[in-house]
Design a protein around this ligand. Structure first.
Ligand code: PLP
Length: 331
């Protein structure tokens, strides 16, 4: 089968729910709106990185590693979910934050709080960019090796993407079972693995579905070049050439990015509230809120047909919302 050559550790007990949004659907004027709940998983409060960790930690276990290294900013969902998966698998987890330790606030919240509860070791490499953080992480790994440890760094984009090839197949089969003729899927576009894996799975499934990627980080040219690179490598690793091309499937939106990664827009802040007030479902501001803002705008403008079935992909990360209260102060 597709993933036979890739060791995988199961971290999810079942499919994530595909749920109809009746109230938010009427709010946006869409007759059939669904949400795919990857925020709804049993481990570590869930989120998209769990699907990638099945492959990353599968490789770590196969290589006989005993320490897992993960790098990110303090609010990172990847760091929290890696720590949670390591807790379950009895692996040591070291988190490298490109930040300085916050000596002023003694009360932790959001993902940093969860990281400490999960027992991960936290290392700060100072306020540097992600490239310097990567160099630091590689040096740190060498230090551990000198001590006789076997460390593994999570994050390989091609392995990570495999988790979302599976997610696309899961969603397509849910739609088939429930006789949903999906026309549009909305998903955030950030570092690439999640989106490319999902795209790859959709291209394999060869259905008439548009994948709307809403940028929360990079511009079109840069993002599409990352995606093309991961797509090609994925195709080689899996030895599959999907029947559809990415350009048959993708609609890329960078007009909802605002001032950049992590910076909310007034519409995205409003979308957090719209979803909460209509459905009792929470999203954070870095990723999902901008996707909901895009959906609202396109639906209001009539760019999405009222009678076309739409699914918005909730990638999780809700724990980060507790560190985003400042954006709602005046509200
Ligand atoms: C990391 C993350 C994403 C983006 O995934 P990438 O594969 O890094 O692009 C989207 N949503 C949430 C909640 C995340 O934590």
């Amino acid at each position: 089968m597709l993933f036979d050559n890739f060791p995988r550790i199961k971290l999810m007990d079942c499919e994530t729910p595909l749920q109809r949004l009746y109230n938010y659907g009427s709010f946006t004027g869409l007759d059939t709106l669904y949400i795919k709940r990857d925020d709804f998983m049993e481990l570590g409060m869930g989120g998209n990185k769990i699907r990638s960790l099945e492959f990353w930690l599968g490789e770590a276990k196969k290589e006989g590693c005993d320490v897992v290294l993960v790098a990110g900013l303090p609010p990172s969902n990847l760091c929290r979910l890696t720590a949670a998966a390591c807790a379950r698998l009895s692996l040591e987890c070291h988190i490298i934050h490109n930040a300085s330790p916050d000596l002023h606030s003694s009360v932790k919240t959001g993902n940093p709080l969860l990281n400490s509860l999960l027992g991960a070791k936290i290392i700060y490499c100072g306020d540097v960019d992600e490239y310097k953080r990567h160099d630091f992480t590689v040096d740190y790994k060498k230090e551990l090796e000198k001590e006789g440890k076997k460390p593994y760094i999570v994050g390989d984009p091609v392995l990570g993407a495999m988790g979302y090839v599976c997610a696309a197949h899961e969603l397509v089969s849910q739609c088939e079972r429930e006789h949903i003729d999906l026309k549009h899927i909305f998903l955030s576009a950030s570092a690439g693995p999640t989106e490319t894996g999902f795209l790859f799975g959709l291209c394999m499934a060869a259905q008439n579905i548009k994948l709307h990627l809403v940028s929360v980080e990079y511009d079109r040219v840069f993002f599409l070049s990352i995606m093309e690179d991961i797509f090609t490598k994925l195709s080689q690793s899996l030895n599959v050439l999907p029947s559809l091309k990415p350009s048959d499937v993708i609609v890329f939106h960078d007009e909802y990015l605002g001032e950049g990664y992590g910076k909310p827009t007034s519409q995205s802040i409003q979308s957090v509230k719209n979803l909460a007030m209509n459905e009792g479902i929470f999203i954070e501001t870095t990723y999902n809120a901008k996707v909901f803002a895009a959906l609202e705008d396109l639906a209001f403008k009539g760019d999405i047909g009222k009678d076309e079935a739409v699914c918005i992909y909730h990638t999780g990360g809700t724990a980060a919302l507790f560190g985003q209260g400042e954006y709602f102060k005046q509200q």
